[in-house]
Design a protein around this ligand. Structure first.
Ligand code: MN
Length: 294
């Protein structure tokens, strides 16, 4: 197991811990981006308010532990996400969206935002959006696995993905061991979301991405006082990707073209249900610099 600290950054007013990409680890299977935000409470304002911005070459996956997120995109989709459900947006060759705390809210926010890189064969296919209200849960006396991506412990998420993948929110009861079968063809990583957990006798430090490598056929999670762990994995992604801002591409030219199209109001469409301006693309100083926004 290799452990890497997430780095703190900001998206508007929202402080996030970015666990992917980091210098030492760019991807885990097709997963190429992982932001952890919250838990936080608020009485005024909106902690999440990400104005319309474009994406290419990826899926955005929004998973909540608490609170609400409203999604609006340039296809006209509107969706209110709550814990237990998942929002998966597939960019195809280009889409724009906004994510924000809705007007009616619980005053709490706690979740993760992930991206998957789309394989070359489908990355220019049609854009789409899927909201799943309740993803499958597998419960035992030791805890529960909630599967928002791919298949785990015999349960499959109905959300659409385009390469072999797994994404799950694991709850381990206090004093129990949650034993899970894993696909040995996958590489996996875990991030503690709450409480305490240990794997292979090693405590899983918080705010760290713990990379488990490939060829692991099971994982037994232990918790003293109860814990919650995010598990991500998939077949190692065979293609070399280039990430810049909100784009996943293969060449600097593709990124420059996507940036130019966003700045010229081409390709991506308008997010009509969002009130307010949109995000401007940063200057294209260095195409290979990974500075994803959300
Ligand atoms: Mn986004």
């Amino acid at each position: 197991m290799e452990s890497f600290p997430a780095r703190e950054t900001r998206i508007g007013d929202l402080v996030v811990a970015r666990a992917l990409p980091i210098r030492e680890r760019r991807m885990v299977g097709p997963w190429c981006f992982l932001d952890r935000y919250g838990p936080l409470t608020f009485s005024a304002g909106r902690p999440m308010d990400v104005a319309p911005h474009p994406h290419i070459g990826l899926q955005t996956v929004t998973w909540l532990l608490d609170g609400e997120v409203e999604h609006d995109d340039s296809l006209g989709n509107q969706s209110l996400l709550r814990p237990g459900g998942v929002n998966v947006m597939t960019s195809g060759g280009g889409i724009a969206h906004a994510e924000q705390t809705p007007r009616d809210h619980s005053g709490r926010l706690n979740g993760v935002q992930l991206w998957t890189a789309l394989p070359d064969t489908v990355r220019d296919a049609e854009a789409g959006f899927a909201h799943v209200d309740h993803v499958p849960e597998v419960e035992s006396r030791d805890g529960m696995a909630t599967i928002f991506a791919g298949t785990l412990a015999g349960a499959a998420s109905p959300a659409p993905y385009f390469s072999p993948i797994v994404g799950a929110d694991l709850r381990i009861h206090a004093g129990h061991t949650l034993a899970l079968p894993l696909d040995p063809a996958f590489e996996h990583a875990v991030l503690v979301l709450d409480g305490d957990a240990a794997l292979d006798g090693q405590p899983l430090a918080p705010r760290m991405l713990h990379y488990l490598g490939v060829a692991r056929s099971h994982a037994d999670f232990v918790s003293a006082d109860g814990g919650r762990v995010l598990l991500i994995g998939g077949a190692p992604f065979a293609e070399k990707i280039l990430m810049w801002w909100n784009f996943v591409a293969r060449t600097p030219e593709e990124i420059a073209a996507a940036r130019a199209d966003w700045e010229s109001h081409r390709r991506f469409g308008d997010v009509r249900h969002y009130r307010g301006g949109r995000l401007e693309a940063p200057k294209l100083v260095q195409a290979a610099r990974p500075a994803p926004m959300s």
